[in-house]
Design a protein. Structure first.
Length: 340
């Protein structure tokens, strides 16, 4: 039987947390690369919270996924046929490609990664977009100083676990907020966080924070928004800095989330609250990747990957992000290298 190309398309725009009806599996022929294109066999697919925003209708900072079309995201693959001078068969490449087993890509849509320098999956995690997000958001906006208290929400995820460790490298006291006891143990025992709070079991996040941050909060790296962030902001010190990285607690809301009015607290503390997108730092990616790579080699930085195997697991891995199923970077392994 001729080998087909399995794909995942956006079947419905989800209301609330996406479910399996959001997605549809489809089979097509394996595409033929044209001149200046390569055929890529998918090895790893990254599932990321921001993709939930693309499932909505209406323009945001990224365009919505069209209904009925293949969902796209971060993919690592192997070139299995090349009609582009820059790439050879066997090259390992990364790009924004489809949730499908085979993709064609123009040479300017992908770049090669060195499979011998680090495990290739790390280019979708600690050495890739999430790692760089933590690096630039924390260091450019948060600017943690030795002895300051840094709070990180979504602390056991891909971005949060990196942000917290970088804050430790900079000599800060780091407090993480996450949703399971296993994650709390991971933050304290594996990553060296000074304190960690389980927001799902604490009666009052504010009281837990007061206890964990007796000298107040100087930097808050926010991945989640909502009530967790309301509580952290209430503990801000004068001139606190808050890189607003993500607001996953509201991504599945159908109505806008209302909260306390924070302006008086911001005036009192003269806090800096700044949203950012990783793309803002694209001209500095090399510098960030160099530091992250060096810290990894020096053992100052560590990482966890939650890798599920099998193309069909992509939707459930994505949905799992909103249920807190992952520690570290959530990935789906679709195929091994060098096997057709
Ligand atoms: P992640 O943290 O690895 O995975 C998502 C985690 O969010 C889950 O494991 C879960 O952990 C937590 N979560 C889910 N629903 C929640 C809720 N209602 N309240 C609180 N926590 C909840 O994902 P990531 O890729 O590292 O991304 C983290 C955040 O950064 C996301 O908000 C994402 O959109 C944002 N981001 C922004 C940029 C940018 O350019 N600004 C780039 C990358 C990522 P718990 O068990 O702790 O609940």
């Amino acid at each position: 039987m001729t080998r087909k190309n399995e794909q995942i398309i956006l079947a419905k725009r989800p209301q609330g947390i996406p479910n399996m009806d959001t997605f549809e599996f489809k089979q097509t022929d394996i595409p033929e690369p044209e001149k200046n294109e390569v055929l890529v066999r998918t090895l790893y697919v990254s599932v990321d919270p921001y993709m939930r925003g693309r499932m909505r209708e209406g323009k945001s900072y990224v365009t919505p996924f069209p209904l009925g079309e293949v969902i796209t995201g971060g993919v690592i693959g192997e070139v299995i046929q090349s009609k582009a001078d820059e790439f050879n068969e066997g090259d390992i490449v990364i790009g924004h490609l489809g949730w499908q087993e085979f993709s064609t890509a123009r040479s300017n849509e992908i770049r090669s990664i060195d499979p011998d320098a680090a495990p290739i999956s790390t280019h979708l995690g600690i050495l890739g977009m999430p790692g760089l997000t933590a690096y630039f958001g924390l260091l450019d906006i948060g600017q943690p100083k030795e002895g300051e208290t840094v709070v990180v929400s979504g602390a056991a995820g891909a971005v949060g676990s990196t942000a917290g460790q970088i804050a430790k490298i900079k000599g800060a006291r780091v407090v993480g907020i996450a949703g399971t006891n296993e994650k709390i143990a991971y933050l304290k025992e594996q990553l060296g966080f000074d304190e960690a709070i389980n927001y799902k079991t604490e009666n009052s996040i504010k009281s837990a924070l007061k206890q964990a941050c007796p000298e107040g909060v100087d930097v808050y790296f926010d991945n989640v928004g909502g009530e967790i962030s309301d509580a952290v902001i209430s503990q801000f010190n004068t001139f606190a800095r808050m890189p607003v990285c993500g607001a996953i607690s509201s991504y599945n809301n159908t109505e806008p989330d209302l909260g306390p009015r924070i302006q008086p607290q911001l005036i009192k503390t003269r806090a800096l609250v700044k949203g950012f997108l990783i793309g803002d730092y694209s001209s500095q990616y090399k510098e960030g990747a160099r530091d992250l790579g060096r810290w990894l080699r020096e053992g100052k930085l560590t990482y966890e990957e939650n890798i599920v195997e099998g193309f069909h697991q992509i939707p459930s891995a994505f949905i799992g992000l909103f249920r807190g199923e992952n520690i570290g970077k959530q990935l789906v392994k679709v195929a091994d290298r060098n096997r057709s």
